[in-house]
Design a protein around this ligand. Structure first.
Ligand code: C2O
Ligand code: CU
Length: 488
């Protein structure tokens, strides 16, 4: 494990031995290891983890492009700011905004109170430049999550503003644990300058692709894995655009969680991922002579994203049978009595109109173009409605209103020739069936709806609020493919 630590100190890896993480949780040491980032204090008695998150533009040279700092938007000066806590602990995260525009933090995949969901105008006031906002909640589930702003997502996440939240479960049986954040950067590598993050052509099609592929900001980094032992590999797809078909070569591998929610273990052939999806794998390297690779098969040629090198003298014993994670505690939808609601994901038929600014009774001017977090371009829709609703005087009406405590089946249909990773806030849905890709029943908060696909997902509408429901390709989200699901 010493190698993990050394590697992390060099800043190219977010790895942390889980036992170390647990042992060191009382001190700043664990979090310094986990990326040298920011302030993090722990009040052991109350089990409150306090985190400061300073959002600002920071010149940062990615390990994949050394010596060429890019003007990235980062939390605490590093990409993929990692917050790690143990299930049951309370997170108190204070966001301070040093950007030139307002921001907020959405905790992607967490089933927390609507008021902590981080949506400007909908669940909280926008955090204006110079202001702070404190999020305070106990994550109900262990797993692999991430966090990011929810307005001008192209401008902010596109420039790097996102972080990773790991909630450890002390009952999980993996000693060794690596975090791999996979994303591209839109950069002119010769000049060392950012390219325009979004283009109309990209926004209207599959999205605008990055030019520099990285894992944790590095090109094909290597991760040490103890030979012969099971290791947990957390893959996060955080590229704003790219769809990947993830596989492992050179080692045995199984899926142990999807979007943080325990499953299986299921044998891994390959797994298709779009932005915001997470996949936890168990891998085992046979002996010290083994190297394995994380591969994306989606393009014309398979691409190696990262490698795993065996360390130690261990040799794999017995059949490949990685231990299961502690089961997720998500409520079981009542399928027999669930109402089915269809959702159609299409191109927009008419350009959306951004309404005029209005003055609220308290004198605050609400500019829908800003408050609704859209550009004036509209290419996409859900149920033929583009965000914002045409001519709406403010936030659009919910796409649907659900009754608290009831079970629902959402039937998602993609009428477009592009893939859309569809994310529902606040719930861990049960993916029942998919018309194109063979996928076992599993839980997810982001479902990849491939070309012309139909997916049925079920969940219990067990907590009230207005929850966002959108494609997570940032350029689709901000050009219409977004709506609100209301639970009352
Ligand atoms: Cu990752 Cu609406 O969020
Ligand atoms: Cu999309």
């Amino acid at each position: 494990m010493r190698q993990d630590v050394a590697k992390t100190r060099r800043g190219s890896s977010l790895s942390l031995d889980r036992r170390q993480a647990l042992a060191l949780l009382g001190g700043a040491g664990a979090f310094a290891l986990a990326g040298d980032v920011g302030v993090q204090g722990v009040h052991a008695a109350e089990k409150i983890v306090e985190v400061g998150l300073e959002a600002r533009e920071t010149p940062f040279a990615l390990p994949a492009l050394p010596g060429k700092p890019l003007p990235l938007y980062l939390y605490d000066g590093k990409p993929f700011r990692l917050i790690r806590l143990t299930k049951g602990e309370r997170l108190r995260a204070k966001l301070t905004n040093h950007l030139a525009e307002h921001t907020s933090i959405h905790w992607h995949g967490l089933r927390i109170a609507n008021g902590m969901d981080g949506i400007p105008w909908l669940t909280q006031p926008p955090t204006e430049p110079g202001q702070s906002y404190t999020y305070d909640f106990v994550p109900p589930d262990s797993g692999t999550f991430f966090f990011h702003p929810h307005c001008d997502v192209i401008g902010q996440i596109g420039r790097g503003l996102s972080g990773i939240l790991i909630v450890d479960n002390p009952d999980d049986p993996y000693r060794s644990d690596h975090v791999l954040a996979v994303r591209d950067w839109r950069v002119d590598t010769a000049k060392g300058a950012l390219l325009p993050i979004s283009t109309d052509l990209g926004a209207a099609k599959a999205g605008t692709f990055g030019t520099l592929r990285t894992v944790n900001g590095a090109a094909q980094p290597d991760f040490p894995v103890v030979a012969g032992e099971y290791a947990r590999i957390r893959v996060l797809a955080v590229d704003p655009t790219r769809i990947m078909e993830i596989g492992i070569e050179g080692a045995e591998a199984a899926i142990i969680a999807v979007d943080g929610f325990a499953v299986g273990p299921l044998p891994l052939e390959s797994w298709r991922m779009g932005m915001a999806m997470r996949l936890d794998l168990a891998i085992r390297l046979k002996d010290k002579a083994t190297t394995a690779r994380l591969v994306d098969y989606f393009g014309a040629e398979p691409t190696t994203l990262a490698t795993f090198s065996a360390s130690g003298e261990g040799v794999a014993k017995g059949d490949f049978a990685p231990p299961a994670l502690a089961p997720h505690g998500l409520p079981e939808p009542d399928l027999a009595n669930a109402q089915t609601i269809p959702f159609l994901f299409s191109a927009s038929s008419a350009p959306g109109q951004v309404p005029e600014p209005i003055t609220l009774p308290n004198g605050v001017v609400f500019d829908p173009a800003d408050g609704l977090c859209v550009s004036s371009r509209t290419f996409w829709s859900i149920n033929r409605t583009s965000w914002p609703g045409k001519g709406a005087p403010g936030l659009p009406q919910p796409l649907v209103t659900l009754e608290r405590g009831k079970s629902y089946i959402f039937e998602l249909t993609n009428t477009t020739p592009h893939s859309h990773p569809i994310h529902i806030h606040g719930f861990g849905a049960k993916v029942l069936d998919c018309s194109q890709l063979a996928r076992p029943v599993h839980r997810a908060d982001t479902m990849l709806l491939t070309t012309k696909e139909r997916i049925r997902m079920a969940f219990v509408a067990d907590h009230p609020g207005d929850w966002m429901f959108h494609c997570h390709i940032l350029e689709h989200e901000e050009t219409g493919m977004m709506g609100i699901i209301r639970v009352v």
